[in-house]
Ligand binder design. Structure first.
Ligand code: ACO
Length: 429
């Protein structure tokens, strides 16, 4: 294969190096484009721009492949736990038994949130969205816990990562309890990562929560499927903000804000709201499909389409199976699931959706799983954020360790007015 590509501009030709990834992806290296040619590239939404080299997650949007550190997500969802997958993403390898045990002990040791932080929680207005609360609280962690100093020992770095993984889960459950006006439930030493979360969410002094292992399994799958997705919007936000060398908590907080949007992590909430709207309007998805196809209507079918997947999102299939399993176990008949299946059946056969490569994404069924677990609608994006945390941490770590690290600073093509003179106030108009 050629090692360079030729660019010809105004009759002058330039050689651009080609970079080949381990899965055969080829990229044009334009790092020296501006210094050598004076040109920049224009790529709105960065759809064709590789912002980094990464060895964490591989996805092939045409074939519907997703792998973390080389392991297919299907295998991890089947055999791994969220805790183990988090370890894998951050450390690069599956843990040995003693490493996993140590990681579990550390997660438990760091699960408590500083008592002074409780006051912050208590003072958010009752209607505050949990994503806003979570991003503020994660940022506030910096005031209570140290940053990772330069040249720190590996142990110190690991403690910071574990602290974040553990506390975010505790803070998410706390924000839910406070929003309900209920007593906070503290983490328990004897429970696993996922079981602990469910217990902190749903245990109450009047009705002790009984842990259902099938729900714990489903939560493990949900979080494994969300654990990383290479350079998506929120991860790109973590890397970009992190590139200014802010502390880890601030970078993760930025990621949470990006994830909040309905086109990204807020989509699971929007899907359920859309399905509910279809249900309330009589249950026929046809008018909604027609609206999604209408160019003059901004409405989109939520849970459909993806920037990278141009086929089924592999996570959507696993999520659908999990959804069926959870509803069967809990003996729930959710009319929204029937509507979702009808909607999918019609949409995937429709020429518009086929032509636009629009298939269900991970969010299409995930909301129904969360609903069955008893998670309230406005907590859905928070559930996504807890799942994505190992991905954000590992991507942040990789970017910090990159010897070719650079401050992220895109350029632009200016299309505004050319230079003109200032006009004093009394001479305007
Ligand atoms: N419903 C109807 N039409 C759609 C949809 C949809 N869900 N998604 C894309 N399209 C159409 C657009 O209208 C556009 O049509 P046109 O070319 O005829 O004008 C075309 O497909 C391309 O749309 P873009 O917005 O350019 O595609 P992009 O790759 O940027 O969009 C996105 C990806 C944002 C996810 C989009 O598919 C969408 O809005 N989906 C609904 C929201 C959603 O489910 N988000 C979750 C994504 S997964 C995740 O973050 C975990």
């Amino acid at each position: 294969m050629e090692k360079t590509a030729k660019l010809v501009v105004n009759g002058k030709s330039y050689e651009l190096p080609l970079v080949v990834g381990t899965e055969g992806e080829i990229a044009l290296d334009i790092s020296y484009l501006r210094s050598e040619t004076g040109l920049i590239t224009l790529d709105p939404g960065y759809a064709n721009t590789g912002s980094c080299k990464s060895c964490i997650t591989f996805m092939d949007g045409e074939k519907g492949i997703l792998r973390y550190r080389g392991y297919p997500v299907e295998q991890l969802a089947e055999y791994s736990s969220f805790r183990e997958t988090a370890y894998l993403l951050i450390n690069g390898e599956l843990p040995l038994e003693n490493e996993l045990n140590r990681f579990s002990v550390m997660l438990n040791d760091h699960s408590l949130v500083h008592e002074d932080m409780h006051h912050f929680f208590q003072n958010f207005p009752r209607r505050a969205h949990p994503m806003g609360i979570l991003s503020s609280m994660v940022n506030a962690l910096r005031a209570f816990y140290p940053e990772i100093p330069e040249r720190s020992e590996e142990e110190e770095i690991n403690i910071t990562f574990t602290r974040l993984l553990s506390k975010v889960r505790t803070m998410a459950a706390m924000s839910y309890k406070i929003s309900r006006g209920h007593k906070i439930v503290y983490p328990r030493h004897d429970l696993s990562y996922c079981a602990n979360f469910l217990n902190m969410m749903f245990d109450s002094p009047v009705k002790p929560y009984v842990i259902d292992e099938d729900l714990v399994d489903a939560l493990n799958v949900f979080w494994i499927l969300h654990a990383d997705h290479e350079q998506n919007c929120s991860t790109a936000a973590v890397r970009l903000v992190g590139s200014a060398r802010v502390n880890l908590y601030a970078a993760i907080s930025a990621g949470i804000c990006a994830l909040w949007g309905p086109l990204h992590g807020g989509a699971n909430q929007s899907v359920v709201e859309m399905l509910q709207e279809i249900h309330d309007s009589g249950g026929n998805p046809a008018p909604f499909i027609a609206r999604a196809k209408d160019r003059d209507d901004p409405f989109r079918l939520m849970g459909f389409g993806h920037r990278v997947y141009k086929t089924y999102d592999p996570r959507a299939r696993i999520m659908e199976k999990t959804c069926n399993r959870v509803l069967k176990k809990l003996k729930i008949h959710d009319p929204l699931l029937d509507i979702a299946k009808r909607l999918e059946e019609v949409a995937v056969k429709d020429a518009y959706f086929i032509d636009h490569d629009l298939y269900p994404n991970v969010d299409f069924y995930s909301g129904i799983v969360l609903r069955a677990m008893g998670i309230p609608l406005n907590m859905f994006p928070v559930m996504f954020a807890i799942g994505r945390l190992p991905g954000w941490i590992s991507q942040w770590k990789e970017s910090m360790e990159d010897p070719k690290w650079k401050l992220h600073r895109p350029r632009q093509v200016y299309t505004g007015l050319q230079e003109r003179d200032y006009v004093p106030l009394n001479k305007r108009g």
